[in-house]
Design a protein around this ligand. Structure first.
Ligand code: PLP
Length: 382
């Protein structure tokens, strides 16, 4: 019998934690009232559960003077932050200012910013250094008189590189520029003090942290106003109308709680396994490039380029044995814009693997993955 492939693609999505599934259970068919229907008992119970979840997240993330807007995921949270803030800025000031971002951002940041360019704003996409990190001098030089919004992700979904967002937040704050960070990949993998306290807007996603798909959130400073993307009921402070998906939010709150309670354990387990994986691949003298800084990196991410190898053959051979990714889950088969921004060629980007570990990954998984990768690469080089 064929053994099932080894899952090393946890940055695409994660299975719901059993405790998350259990926490959601009553909210499908027992406590199912519309949280906005506060004139009846069913709605009141749901509304109370919604606010308990919201408060739990605020406490767990140690938020101060900030509020949470629930969305359908990180894509929507990024769109709401960027389109919502920029359009509100334009309505208030009558001017189109400048927005700065990094070339290696997720498409859910790059595309709304490019949409804003079509609407009249000017945009600056900074190149990272070869190790994937932003050069703060370059950021400082890029800031113009009319720069009003900066969006730099906390950790990259393809190369795992962790940007110095607390420093960037300080740079922005001292110039009265609003700073947004996409932290979709981070909860449970980074200490909370690295998850910017100083950013004005922060995006999170549930399904990257063992919560359900279809829910995410945007944290914003109390005094920030956003032009909503949708119009309808007044839910979520009027910023995101629509009936609240209570089971998903209850599950998300549980996933955040579990992730934060286990951060230290996750970091030590996953970084050890990830480092073993890298050592095992390097041991055979494989000609590889490591994409992104190893010193400033999520503990569960590895991204490597196998030199002088056909990417399509590499992926074809690995497909039935290891579930992994050549770029982000959302890149639709296009060469990775992240690897290209680091200076990799098209061929090098194609022969790259993103290997991302999860809490279910075992030592055996890693040992077996090393053997499989080394055998496949050896066979392809013959
Ligand atoms: C950094 C980052 N931002 C945004 C997204 C989009 O998240 P969602 O699937 O919750 O819309 C992803 C998903 O890959 C991501 O990794």
């Amino acid at each position: 019998m064929l053994s099932s492939p080894i899952l090393l693609d946890y940055q695409s999505s994660t299975p719901c934690h059993q405790e998350v599934v259990d926490a959601m259970k009553p909210y499908w068919n027992q406590i199912f009232g519309n949280p906005s229907s506060k004139s009846n008992l069913a709605g009141i119970s749901s509304s109370a559960a919604l606010e308990v979840s919201r408060e739990k997240i605020i406490q767990k993330l140690n938020l101060k003077n900030q509020k949470i807007i629930f969305t359908s995921g990180a894509t929507e949270a990024n769109n709401l932050a960027l389109l919502g803030y920029a359009r509100d800025f334009h309505m208030r000031t009558g001017s189109f200012g400048n927005i700065i971002t990094l070339k290696t951002e997720h498409h859910a940041v790059l595309e709304p910013i490019r949409q804003l360019a079509k609407e009249g704003f000017t945009i600056t996409e900074i190149s990272p250094q070869e190790n994937g990190l932003i050069n703060q001098e370059i950021l400082l030089k890029a800031i113009k008189k009319d720069t009003f919004l900066v969006s730099i992700m906390l950790a990259n979904n393809e190369i795992g590189v962790i940007q110095p967002v607390n420093d960037i937040a300080q740079i922005c704050k001292s110039r009265k520029i609003i700073f947004h960070t996409d932290a979709a990949q981070c909860i449970g993998y980074l200490p909370l003090n690295l998850i910017s306290r100083n950013a004005n807007m922060i995006t999170l996603s549930s399904h990257k942290i063992y919560g359900p798909k279809g829910v995410g959130l945007l944290i914003i400073d109390e005094d920030i106003n956003l032009e909503p993307l949708l119009f309808g009921g007044g839910q979520e402070f009027g910023f995101r109308p629509g009936t609240i998906p209570l089971p998903l939010i209850v599950g998300f709150a549980k996933a955040i709680e579990i992730a934060i309670n286990n951060t230290e354990k996750n970091i030590s387990k996953l970084s050890l396994l990830r480092n073993n994986l890298l050592k095992g691949i390097l041991k055979t003298g494989n000609k590889v490039l490591i994409n992104g800084s190893m010193n400033h990196r999520l503990p569960h991410n590895l991204n490597i380029t196998f030199l002088d190898l056909s990417g399509s053959r590499l992926h074809k051979e690995l497909k039935s044995k290891i579930i992994c990714s050549s770029g982000s889950a959302c890149s639709n088969g296009m060469p990775s814009h992240v690897l290209m921004a680091l200076g990799r060629s098209l061929k090098e980007s194609e022969s790259s693997l993103r290997l991302s570990l999860g809490i279910q990954t075992s030592h055996d998984d890693i040992n077996n993955a090393i053997v499989i990768i080394n055998n496949v690469v050896h066979a392809l080089r013959k």
